[in-house]
Structure formats: structure tokens, C-alpha cells
Design a protein around this ligand. Structure first.
Ligand SMILES: Nc1ncnc2c1ncn2[C@@H]1O[C@H](COP(=O)(O)O)[C@@H](O)[C@H]1O
Ligand SMILES: O=P(O)(O)OP(=O)(O)O
Length: 183
């Protein structure tokens, strides 16, 4: 069983391409789109993510995708599990009334938004994204969701850049599950 899982992870890993110096010098960009351009890998990735959610978050009620690559997974997984798929977007992209959270970046700041009243108070929300690096996006999304009354039960990503220690930087008590880890 374990050997089968490890084999699937290796198969997935072999399909993810990396691009040095994108989008700026010094960044090694992990391109999730390179994996999902192949149908068999889409199916494999979806099944690994579903397996992780069922094993670790059996009570999850909503998957919150972070713009924009998080949306690839939040909708398809929510559809399979029959639960809500909620988007967190950058400023000015969601219609109607929104709740906002401004957060600091290395240089400057950014704002995340969610539509008002889409989260039920106490709703068990799992944050979903392609990758965790410093943990800044997950931290900001957690603050935003909590300000709406959500119960943030964890974070699920395909890739974790372990040397950046994102999981240590996010609020205590939010577990991180990643399928693939790179230094
Ligand atoms: N090296 C990277 N490759 C692809 N995507 C990346 C990379 N580093 C960051 N990202 C995107 O940014 C956020 C996570 O960054 P945090 O520093 O954890 O906020 C995530 O949405 C990635 O798509
Ligand atoms: O490329 P995106 O839209 O997924 O955004 P980010 O790089 O901020 O994750």
C-alpha cells in the first residue's frame, strides 16, 4: 500500500517541470500546469488529493482555493466530494460585497478578498493551493477566513518548498499536507 503510494508520488513528481529565474531572477518556478497537461496525471493527482482529504479531513465542508492555481484543485475536488468550493481572490476581482484582508509582502503589500456571507460561521474550511513557499498566502487567507467566522482546519498543497519553512510560519494549529516536497 505504502509502496504503491510512493510509486504514484514519484510518477507525479516526474511530470512537474521547473523553470529557473521565473518570474524573476533567483526564483525556481514549479509549474503545476506541466503536470496537468497530461490526462493520466490529472487523474493521478486528483486521486492522491482526494485520498489525502478523506484520510485527514473527513469532516471538511468547504475547499477554499487561492487565486489562481488553487482554483484548479478547489473546484474539481469539491465536485468529487460534494462540498463547497469558495474562491479567495486578489483585490477587485470578486463582484458584490467583499471582506478584505491587507497583508505585508517583502516589498509593499497585497490584499486578499472573499465574497461576504459565502462562509458560514463555524464552517470547516480547508485551504487549497498548488504550492506553499513562505506561507504568506496561507497565513493571509487564514486571517481573512477567520474574520468571516470560518473554522480553518488545514491547508492542502501539491508542492511544499521545505527550506522556506512555510509550515512554521503559518498560524499554530493549522496542519499542512503536501504531496511533494522540494528543498
Ligand atoms: N517557486 C514557486 N513556483 C511556483 N509558484 C510559486 C513559487 N513560489 C511561490 N509560488 C506561488 O505563490 C504562492 C505561495 O507563496 P507563499 O510564499 O507561500 O505565499 C502560491 O500561490 C504559489 O502559486
Ligand atoms: O500565478 P497565480 O495566479 O496562481 O498567483 P500566485 O503566483 O500569487 O500564486
Amino acid at each position: 500500500m505504502e509502496a504503491d503510494y510512493d510509486k504514484k508520488i514519484l510518477e507525479l513528481k516526474s511530470k512537474i517541470k521547473s523553470f529557473p529565474d521565473f518570474p524573476k531572477p533567483g526564483i525556481l518556478f514549479w509549474d503545476i500546469f506541466s503536470a496537468i497537461s497530461d490526462g493520466a496525471t490529472c487523474k493521478l493527482l486528483q486521486s492522491l488529493l482526494v485520498q489525502t482529504i478523506k484520510a485527514n479531513y473527513p469532516d471538511v465542508e468547504a475547499l477554499v482555493g487561492l487565486e489562481s492555481r488553487g482554483f484548479l484543485f478547489s473546484f474539481s475536488l469539491a465536485a468529487e466530494l460534494g462540498i463547497s468550493s469558495l474562491p479567495v481572490r486578489k483585490k477587485g476581482k470578486l463582484p458584490g460585497e467583499v471582506v478584505s484582508h491587507k497583508y505585508d509582502l517583502e516589498y509593499g503589500s497585497d490584499v486578499l478578498e472573499i465574497q461576504k456571507n459565502v462562509v458560514r460561521p463555524g464552517q470547516k474550511c480547508l485551504i487549497v493551493d498548488d504550492l506553499i513557499a513562505t506561507g504568506g498566502s496561507v497565513t493571509a487567507a487564514t486571517t481573512l477566513l477567520r474574520s468571516c467566522g470560518a473554522d480553518v482546519i488545514g491547508c492542502l498543497v501539491v508542492i511544499e518548498l521545505t527550506s522556506l519553512r512555510g509550515r512554521d510560519n503559518i498560524p499554530k494549529g493549522i496542519p499542512v499536507h503536501s504531496l511533494i516536497q522540494y528543498d
